[in-house]
Design a protein around this ligand. Structure first.
Ligand code: B16
Ligand code: MG
Length: 218
């Protein structure tokens, strides 16, 4: 029986991918690596250190830095990113998401967040929707990021619901893989997520009625 909806943040609730990209591009430039928007697609849903490793590998510099140097680079990127997200307000909520959250609560379902972002709690606050969330999984306490199921499982466990009673909503391939491995029903946003159980092109199409219909047909 459906009990909860577990959301990804970046690309589902708000579009921070562009801000991550700006901050990573600046970091990569300092290292003599040029990244573009198509490369950035590979960083969606991937945690901070994982993203840095992918950038270094892409630039042919995978073994050029010590752990301490990598930690410093990731911290500098995060400082730039935090500056960029300080301007986020409720106008940055993706279309359709606010009414969807209201309808989910009204329907008596629970809401959880399963974002790889350590900045997620402050972003939810800036968007003015933190109070809709009954649980926010903490990526600081998770060993394996997406595509491992851990972050979605933690959100379900905080909500006291079985994974099989949850719908997970994601915009990244690694995220859909994580939802499926967690044993949840996977809703994808975008046209590239072939493994999703139900796919919509944009958040505008995400309504509670459509999601319930897809769930009942599974
Ligand atoms: P942070 P999601 C992910 O968010 C982003 O898609 C990814 O690009 C980012 O590297 C990751 O969060 C970590 O973010 O540096 O703020 O901890 O899609 O899982 O909500
Ligand atoms: Mg995402």
């Amino acid at each position: 029986m459906l009990k909860a909806f577990i959301f990804d943040l970046d690309g589902v609730i708000t579009d921070t991918a562009d801000l991550h990209f700006k901050a990573w591009k600046k970091c990569a430039e300092k290292l003599g690596i040029d990244i573009d928007l198509s490369f950035n697609e590979q960083l969606k849903g991937v945690d901070r250190m994982g993203s840095l490793e992918r950038i270094l590998e892409y630039g042919g510099k995978a073994n050029h830095f010590s752990i301490e140097e990598k930690v410093r680079l990731a911290e500098e990127k995060n400082d730039d990113y935090k500056e960029l997200i300080s301007k986020i307000t409720s106008v940055d909520i993706l279309p359709g998401i606010y009414p969807l959250l209201v309808r989910i609560i009204g329907g008596g379902f629970k809401i959880g967040l399963a974002s790889a972002s350590k900045n997620a709690p402050s972003i939810l606050k800036s968007l003015g929707i933190d109070e809709f969330f009954n649980a926010t999984a903490d990526p600081n306490t998770i060993d394996k990021g997406k595509p491992a199921p851990d972050i979605f499982l933690q959100a379900a466990s905080i909500l006291h619901v079985q994974p099989s009673d949850c719908i997970g909503i994601e915009d990244a391939n690694v995220g859909i893989e994580a939802i499926k491995k967690a044993g949840m029903f996977a809703v994808g946003i975008g046209d590239h997520l072939k493994e999703a159980d139900y796919l919509v092109k944009s958040t505008k199409e995400l309504t509670l009625d459509k999601l319930l219909k897809a769930w009942n047909k599974r």
